[in-house]
Design a protein around this ligand. Structure first.
Ligand code: GTP
Ligand code: MG
Length: 301
């Protein structure tokens, strides 16, 4: 399974892998771990978007363990281990103990929320779950239609309302419908929003309150969808977003189109939230459950 995952994400991560190739190249040279080597290591980690804090930590640990020693495969293995450790986190969706599991999806405009929902619904359905999608982006008729087309293709329920309706009432109806049918998963799409749009943030809180009333412990996951092509900017954005909305995990999308995939290290490091899935393309099969070991292996292979 790991092998398959690595092969699949290798293609999706082509651009990021090219950058990490520059990092890997450092360990194939001869010489010692001296100040020049450490400076170069710092530079290459930084260029790979690993972020200042994580980069400084890794360089300090390499210095501590390897200063004046010869550059060997051990140094490379050590750095890979450090990178893996940065990403370590519980994987998968937290399931509800009883009643449907409710997954709330949030993020700024265009980050890939609706596409991620389609991919996630497909994945969970393939795993034997029954999915009801709540079309709570009621601002734009086009947004609801986009979701409806996906749902029809995947074969899952969609609960929708007239454009302009209260998103919280759609969330409410979706929970009711799922429960009535005995279905086990509700995924809630929301309109894009910025943390500065107070009324939209309140609306998200209202959706959350309604979900909590409907199903015990809901929402069981609040996934923040981040556009991977924005690199370090995604972190600043996510920091502000998570101050307003309590999130349980990250989905990092569009990694196929960017060399900035290394930002995943800084995201995990700074936000302390697990990366649960990564998006590596626009089709239904282009969402991968995130596995740190395979991810780091894919970057260096
Ligand atoms: N290449 C690539 N494109 C993606 C990925 N995920 C989403 N997209 C594209 O990003 C664009 C925006 O995706 P949406 O899913 O509509 O984003 P959204 O967050 O729902 O947008 P709003 O509802 O407008 O806030 C679409 O063109 C998607 O096809 C991905 O993993 N890779
Ligand atoms: Mg959308």
């Amino acid at each position: 399974m790991l092998k398959g995952f690595i092969e699949k994400i290798k293609k999706g991560l082509a651009k990021t892998r090219a950058v990490f190739g520059g990092l890997a190249g450092l360990f194939t040279g001869r010489g010692r771990v001296d100040e020049d080597f450490l400076t170069e290591l710092e530079k290459r980690l930084y260029l790979a978007d690993v972020g200042t804090q994580a980069t400084a930590d890794i360089v300090a640990r390499v210095r501590q363990s390897f200063l004046d020693k010869e550059v060997t495969g051990d140094v490379r293995t050590f750095v890979q281990g450090q990178l893996r450790e940065l990403l370590a986190a519980p994987a998968g969706i937290q399931r509800a103990p009883a009643g449907p599991t409710v997954i709330l999806i949030a993020g700024v405009n265009g980050s890939g929320k609706t596409t991620t929902i389609a991919k996630l619904a497909k994945k969970l359905k393939d795993d034997g779950h029954q999915i009801t999608v709540a079309a709570c982006d009621t601002f734009r008729a086009a947004a609801v239609d986009q979701l409806a087309v996906w749902c029809e293709r995947i074969g899952c329920d969609i609960v929708r309302a007239q454009p302009g309706s209260d998103p919280a009432s759609v969330a409410h109806d979706a929970c009711e419908k799922a429960r009535a049918r005995g279905w086990d998963t509700v995924i809630v799409d929301t309109a894009g929003r910025l943390h500065t749009q107070a009324h939209l943030m309140r609306e998200l809180e209202k959706i959350r309150r309604v979900l909590a009333k409907q199903v015990e412990g809901a929402p069981h996951e609040v996934l923040l969808v981040l556009d991977g092509t924005t690199g370090q900017n995604a972190i600043a954005q996510a920091q502000m977003f998570t101050q307003s909305v309590q999130c349980t995990g990250i989905v990092l999308t569009k990694l196929d189109g960017t060399a900035k995939g290394g930002a995943i290290f800084a995201i995990k490091n700074k936000l302390g939230l697990p990366v649960k899935y990564i998006g590596v393309g626009e089709t239904l099969d282009d969402l991968e459950p995130f596995d740190p070991d395979s991810f780091v292996a894919a970057l260096f292979e």
